[in-house]
Design a protein around this ligand. Sequence first.
Ligand code: PLP
Length: 450
Amino acid sequence: MSTVLNSTRQWQDEDRDHHLHPFTDINVLKKKGARMITRGEGVYLWDSEGEKIIDGMAGLWCVGLGYGRKELSAAAARQMDQLAYYNTFFQTSTMPATELSGLLAEVTPEGFNHVFYGCSGSESNDTVVRLVWRYWDMRGKPGKKTIIGRINGYHGSTLAGASLGGMGFMHAQGPLPLPGFVHIEQPHWYVNGGDLSPAEYGLKAARALEEKIAELGAETIGAFIGEPIQGAGGVIVPPETYWPEIERICRANDILLISDEVICGFGRTGNWFGCETFGFEPDIMTMAKGMSSGYAPISGVMVKDHIVETIGDGGEFAHGYTYSGHPVSCAVALANITILKDEKIIDIVRTDTGPYFQKRLGEFADHPLIGEVRGKGLVGAVQIARDKKSRALFDDVGRVGGICRDHCFENGLIMRASGDSMLLSPPLVVTRAEIDEMMDKARMCLDLTA
Ligand code: PLP
């Protein structure tokens, strides 16, 4: 940078002139300029104008421990001094990568004893695709290469991640999805459930998988992938009947079940992993975000023993990233998971802050704009609807949500809009008083929107 930037305006101009942002409309950015976030502490952020903001989204669903935890920055600094980088290719390893692998085997459900590292959720889902393909080749069933995901699922932005995902607006900028990726409906009772009860609809939505398998032939399908709760798709909490039925269908058809735990993992739903909350046992889990509370980029693919053994029979798995098992990220993740355990943060989410958050969120059911409230643990959404009785949404879905999001932003609350669903996913360390502050601000902003 050649000039000294003294004012917010100058920072914004520099940013606009040289920084291409993810998922951002460049023309809107040109008009408004990016809000420069400068500092964080607990659940709060401050911008370059000194405005305090309560972060209802934990960054991008990731800052579980909140901002400013010195134990995590100290862990990173210590590891940088000791060994800033070495790789885990070609028969080498490092102590943080090894120690973290053991800890992950301890905190994940039984049968998960191996992890493959990356730096992002997208990378971990790319890894899954290659693992699934390799697995079926080794099992002597090379035809089982198609992977089934869900409409509005989000699994990342790489070509495989965006193909696994079912985001229409991303596919439209394709050609996406790539061949070999297909999608079934999302288990969104409010929109798709019609006259069925949530429990009946959960079974119906799961059986869309059975129908898709019958249509394509089980001999062509390698895996099914889903987020326990669809996050970016609108915090779609499936009925309780959904996941057990999905698991039954996968087992009956010899199809691998993949749980994308990038959002739900590490406590978000009140258990270590979302599959535990919804009572199903995947063969593979992908994780990122909450693994390091976002303090360093890291992701993992947890793989069940039987898959590791099958793939191992084929010699080298020709896949990996320079930063797989990066020692600094591993050291930060180790410190993060140790704090989650030692401070019993996930127990607190399950028994105290999660239920309180859901109770406060539930109060929005009486708001004239809100058709449905849904959530689990410390993640939730309120669904903006045009007509509460018929459950009809506004025709131009996304417009009202966008207005509400902007009101939140201007009033010191970060809430995300997914279509006309307003989402909250605060840091796991949020207190009851901070939940009250978020909910009160959210109500004020919904009132401004109505
Ligand atoms: N999977 C899920 C469920 C996600 O929510 C995300 C990101 O939001 C990803 C994967 C992709 O992760 P990343 O942005 O780290 O590549």
